[in-house]
Design a protein around this ligand. Sequence first.
Ligand SMILES: [Zn+2]
Length: 217
Amino acid sequence: MNAIIFGAPGSGKGTYASRLKKRLKVEVISMGDIFREFMKKETEFGKNVKQYVEKGLLIPDEIVVGVLRKKISEIPSEKGIILDGYPRTIPQAEILKEIAKIDVILLQNVPDWIIIERLSSRRICKKCNEVYNIRFLKPKIENICDKCGGELYQRPDDTTEVIKKRIQLYQKMTSPIINYYKEKKTPFIISNIKELNTTPEQVVEKILEELKIQNLI
Ligand SMILES: [Zn+2]
């Protein structure tokens, strides 16, 4: 099963994807994680990417597509994928059509106020990129990753001002793509998150239930 997960930054989609990965034994391709890895490496390419991300801007198509093609080619073809952070433009969606058949769109609808609450308390593992939240999804030991013992950090773009900019950008960029997949009659599973304390387990279980109902797993 190949899926694309959509949701504003802070919608929890990264957490849902990593849980779905375990349950469904699929690979998650998170463009954000891939680019953050590049940025850590201090190469020319990494520095170039960093300029866009720190300003809350989108990375140009030609860079993103090249990275995606390489990543997909490394995954065994029988294994399913969940794409996170791609496509972000119609041209990217058109290119994706040639690379992989998409069976379902997982869409997370989360109001802005919840996103702002969540993101300002988000922490990420420096080593393995696992996502935590110091209010709702605490690690067992403060500031330490449960999975690998790595140190947790706050992303520089998780400040309220940059968050608002990122939500606006997300909405502007995503709505045409959502419409694109609706027109193509790609199945959708929509999670409408209305409360701050909805847990990732609740969301993931619902997604799995829907996937079964729609005969996708
Ligand atoms: Zn970790």
